[in-house]
Design a protein around this ligand. Sequence first.
Ligand SMILES: [Zn+2]
Length: 69
Amino acid sequence: MKIICPKCKEKAELAMDFSLVKCGSCDFEMSYGEYVKFVAHNEAKYSDILGDYTGSTEGQTAGSLDEWD
Ligand SMILES: [Zn+2]
């Protein structure tokens, strides 16, 4: 199936058995397990963006936080 290449943001191909991710645009190639780690590592760099997103939704759902106690 088609996924987004974490390196060049072009279309990469994920093997049907989830064994390999391969991008034809930048020669990115690694196992799916390594790909998941790679993406998770990259997303950590944008935690401030995710923080902004969380902050914007907290204001709308502040009343529901009590349910988590
Ligand atoms: Zn690529």
